[in-house]
Design a protein around this ligand. Structure first.
Ligand code: ZN
Length: 286
């Protein structure tokens, strides 16, 4: 590790102000959105709040996802906002494209978002949107992502444990394993420590099959003991673990400090920035 590695928060969420203003109306047409955001207590942040949180934490760049909306118009508004924010950010915002594979036009809409600068796809919530993560459309997505070198960020649903809004409806650890094993080399990020999938990396054939799966730490302090990140690093390797805060649900500054205190310096440099730079770097350099 030479010199200073820029800090990256690899899992944040952004909403255009118009969608924050319209949360009640959107909640009427989108059940998952209603589950997570109908209450005004659930924060919906725009780019100014994100930038302020990044500055407070000393974070150079953030990988920004929208929300896995149901309708094409909500998705397009989301993708357009992230694209504009990224273009104005001088490299600080790395946008992910939102998509819904249950919509017949998903591929065209996704390709438009990628052409506008998206550097990955997510946060994917297949069961919330009503598509099968092991179905034919999902395999098309993986092939597209592989050809373009785009990481796929998945909301992984823990099969057990306490309930919270938005817990269910992502991809299960077993589904993610099967999908990743069917698409070797396609880089996938398993959010929220991967819902337990990392445990099985101690099986040699599992490690080999899903070497392109990375694990992020989004919302770790709400789900697990913070030291589970140390255990994740031991299982997956320092090069496969990525810091993400899940901002604005949690502010990044405190989590970053806790991880930096927990991990050896070279591991912290990789987890808190180096790995995200490698994962998303190719697309950003275009
Ligand atoms: Zn998530």
């Amino acid at each position: 590790m030479s010199g200073h590695t820029a800090l990256v928060d690899a899992h944040v969420h952004l909403f255009p102000p118009a969608q924050a203003d319209a949360r009640a109306q959107i909640a009427e047409r989108d059940g998952t959105f209603a589950e997570m955001y109908a209450t005004p207590a659930a924060k919906m942040a725009g780019v100014d709040a994100l930038t302020a949180a990044m500055d407070e934490a000393g974070i150079e760049s953030a990988v920004a996802a929208g929300f896995a909306f149901r309708t094409e118009s909500d998705i397009e508004a989301q993708n357009a906002y992230l694209s504009v924010c990224a273009a104005a950010s001088r490299g600080r915002i790395w946008p992910l494209a939102t998509t819904n594979l249950a919509l017949p036009g998903w591929r065209r809409a996704l390709e438009a978002a990628l052409a506008a600068g998206a550097c990955g796809v997510g946060e994917l919530r297949p069961h919330n949107q009503g598509w099968d993560p092991l179905g034919p459309e999902s395999h098309v997505l993986c092939e597209l992502a592989g050809a373009a070198g785009l990481p796929l960020l998945w909301h992984v649903s823990e099969p057990i444990g306490h309930a919270y809004p938005g817990k269910a409806g992502g991809i299960s650890p077993v589904e993610l394993y099967r999908l990743a094993a069917a698409h070797p080399g396609v880089r996938m990020v398993a959010a929220h420590l991967g819902g337990g999938l990392s445990f099985y990396l101690d099986m040699p054939e599992v490690r080999k099959a899903i070497d392109s799966v990375y694990f992020d730490t989004a919302a770790v302090s709400l789900l697990y003991h913070i030291e589970s990140v140390t255990r994740l690093v031991a299982l997956a390797g320092a090069d496969h673990v990525i810091f993400g805060s899940d901002f604005p649900m949690l502010p990044p500054a405190r989590q970053l400090k806790r991880l930096q205190a927990l991990l050896d310096d070279d591991v912290a440099a990789a987890v808190c920035g180096g790995n995200a730079g490698i994962l998303y770097g190719n697309r950003r350099a275009r």
